[in-house]
Ligand binder design. Structure first.
Ligand SMILES: NC(=O)c1ccc[n+]([C@@H]2O[C@H](COP(=O)([O-])OP(=O)(O)OC[C@H]3O[C@@H](n4cnc5c(N)ncnc54)[C@H](O)[C@@H]3O)[C@@H](O)[C@H]2O)c1
Length: 192
């Protein structure tokens, strides 16, 4: 079954690379207008150019998802370009791999800031637009490390497990507004 998104606007964070870039391509190919949101401006623009060259609708925005003002500016730019977003793919994230006993506190803070705070800020800003639109879809990116024990992942697992718990609570709060919130937990591929 092919799902069409021609009347939809999707924001994909972390879409300058990896899974986010692949999702952005698929959504654009299905007809969505896609906002590529990444703190790597060059790579976001490169993916944007690929999508538009293939006939899709896309724009790129440099954003550090840890910073509320930058997140709001990205949401505002997306609205200006394509109208309020119906879909948020909260994919941007950062990993760490270090034995628990050697993990600096700064690494834990960094994991929580990018993965949890960033996911929170993007979802909250996007949800306000979705409420105005009468509903929307939010997909948060966790990891199998948020579900299962794995070596060297204490800081990352804390953040990705936090995303799962936060997703459940967000889903309850936002159900009232016809916004579904789900999390996906990819299994680590060799180069993660
Ligand atoms: N690839 C895997 O095997 C795997 C497994 C489990 C979970 N995940 C999760 O899936 C998501 C995507 O993974 P990936 O492998 O494609 O990642 P990736 O490292 O290839 O891409 C992540 C993107 O996020 C962007 N980014 C990082 N910090 C940011 C910030 N503060 N603000 C804005 N953008 C930022 C990067 O610039 C990059 O373009 C991540 O949340 C990751 O934790 C991936």
């Amino acid at each position: 079954m092919s799902v069409q998104f021609s009347d939809k606007t999707a924001i994909v964070t972390g879409s300058g690379n990896g899974i986010g870039a692949a999702i952005a391509h698929r959504l654009a190919a299905a007809g969505a207008s896609v906002m590529l949101a990444d703190n790597n401006e060059e790579s976001a623009h490169a993916v944007c150019a690929e999508i538009t060259a293939a006939g899709g609708r896309a724009a790129a925005s440099k954003v550090d998802i840890r910073i509320p003002e930058e997140v709001q500016a990205m949401i505002d730019y997306s609205r200006e370009m394509f109208g309020p977003a119906n879909i948020l793919i909260n994919n941007a994230g950062l990993g760490s791999q270090k034995h628990f006993l050697e993990t600096p506190l700064a690494t834990l803070h960094q994991m929580l800031e990018v993965n949890v705070v960033g996911t929170f800020l993007c979802a909250q800003a996007a949800a306000h637009d979705m409420i105005e639109m009468g509903g929307g879809r939010i997909v948060n990116f966790s990891s199998h490390s948020g579900l299962l024990g794995s070596s060297g992942r204490a800081a990352y697992a804390a953040a990705k497990g936090g995303i799962i718990a936060m997703t459940r609570a967000m889903a309850v709060d936002l159900a009232l507004y016809n916004i579904t919130v789900n999390a996906v937990a990819p299994v680590t591929c060799p180069h993660e």
